[in-house]
Design a protein around this ligand. Sequence first.
Ligand code: PRP
Ligand code: URA
Length: 212
Amino acid sequence: MVVETKQVTIVNHPLVQAHLAKIRDVNTQSPQFRMHCLELGRFLIYEALAGLTTREIKIETPVGKAKGIVLTDYIILAPVLRAGLVLAEEAQKILPQAKVYHVGLKRNEKTLEAVSYYSNLPQIAPIDCRVFILDPMLATGGSALAACELFYNLKVKEINLISIVCAPEGIAKIHAKFPQIKIVTASVDKCLNDVGYIVPGLGDCGDRLFAT
Ligand code: PRP
Ligand code: URA
């Protein structure tokens, strides 16, 4: 179900791939597109959280004693606006205790460079902090790299990236600067086209999510 390369995990679960086929389809309208992104996103988030740190505890059940675990990481979810909001919605259901720091980045459509328009991060982060950057599209990698840099400068313990679709160019850009960053995705597509869209990809994720 899961194909691991060095730092990239492709979730090949049939449900994930069936949702992906729906969101790739040009005939899928915004309400369904959004619903399939939410469903698919949940699987990617579960996979990305598989390495969380836990502590063993003792539990009394109604009929005896059992061992259990509690989660011990300080977790930051960092949705990249706008499209990352769809992943944040699911991630917050799974981890209601997580801190959420929004990162506002918009690609300049001519230069393809990410332009920052909002960030309100903490001055310092706890030492054991794990960050999950949420951005459905990793294309040139400019936006995700800018988000990673923000958290790297905070000296967090670990940065992860969750993207629905990645281009090889974007993965290479992230790993050239931060080889330790783990990426969880549903697909590594073929390439970028000459206007920086992922091929075959799914088009403009933000526009399709928000019907703009
Ligand atoms: C899209 C997407 C990513 C970025 C990926 O956002 O959601 O954030 O492009 O491209 P990159 O890897 O080349 O940087 P966009 O800038 O279109 O903003 P939006 O989500 O508000 O539509
Ligand atoms: N942003 C998108 O929404 N889609 C792409 O293919 C590339 C960047």
